[in-house]
Design a protein around this ligand. Structure first.
Ligand code: NI
Ligand code: MN
Length: 226
């Protein structure tokens, strides 16, 4: 698995031999200097909820790549009206894709699309195949539902958790989430982009390390091979 960070909650993850784009927010991200959305090549786009800081570049990238959007029924329908193909799901459901199985799991947040259209409930994604497993939490609070992850996937390889607080979990709650899901390899997201979610990197890493967890904060454009 290769995980490349594009800032905020945007990642391209090579999983099961496919390129999966999560929550594309590039052109609007004040921290991104090279806003080169045209060069991005992906097979599928996974959207956790409808907020602009998660879907802003999905339309352009989907059209450039003829990529499928995997999201809630409401979000997929909204993109289908723009001529983009999608696979609609809802919480608790799972589907076998060409890269592995996706289980849509609960997130505690809100979800409305940029034009005010209802986006359904916000979600997280649990991805598994023979060799790899990944939990992308989306924008969420710490929630008891995270205990279910251990049952769904007892040996979770890596989790991408929001740590910026204010709109989502902050570091201390994300450390608890990491314990509940039984994952030692955590990649942070949804921090530093705006004033409300600026964090201290060292104290965040220390908080995870105290519980035997490794928090990786990828510099923009960097990737990690797992
Ligand atoms: Ni949000
Ligand atoms: Mn957000």
């Amino acid at each position: 698995m290769n995980i490349k960070y594009f800032g905020h909650s945007t990642f391209i993850i090579e999983f099961g031999g496919k390129r999966l784009l999560f929550d594309p927010f590039i052109t609007g991200n004040p921290l991104v200097e090279e806003k080169n959305v045209e060069s991005i090549s992906v097979d599928h786009i996974l959207l956790s909820h409808g907020h602009g800081d998660h879907v802003a570049d999905a339309e352009a990238i989907a059209k450039n790549n003829n990529a499928t959007i995997i999201s809630t029924y409401e979000i997929v329908e909204w993109f289908q009206q723009k001529g983009i193909s999608g696979h609609p799901m809802n919480i608790g459901g799972e589907w076998q894709f060409d890269f592995g199985k996706v289980k849509m799991v609960n997130a505690v947040h809100s979800s409305v699309l940029p034009d005010g259209t209802y986006g359904g409930n916000p979600v997280g994604f649990l991805l598994t195949n023979d060799k790899e497993s990944l939990y992308f939490a989306g924008d969420t609070a710490l929630t008891m539902d995270m205990h279910l992850l251990k049952m769904f996937c007892p040996t979770l390889q890596v989790a991408i958790l929001p740590i910026g607080s204010n709109f989502t979990m902050g570091v201390s709650d994300a450390v608890i989430a990491a314990e509940w899901i039984g994952c030692d390899q955590i990649i942070g997201c949804h921090y530093d982009t705006f004033g409300y979610i600026k964090i201290d990197h060292k104290s965040a890493k220390d908080a995870f390390a105290k519980k035997g967890k490794l928090l990786t904060l990828l510099p923009l454009g960097d990737s990690i091979q797992l």
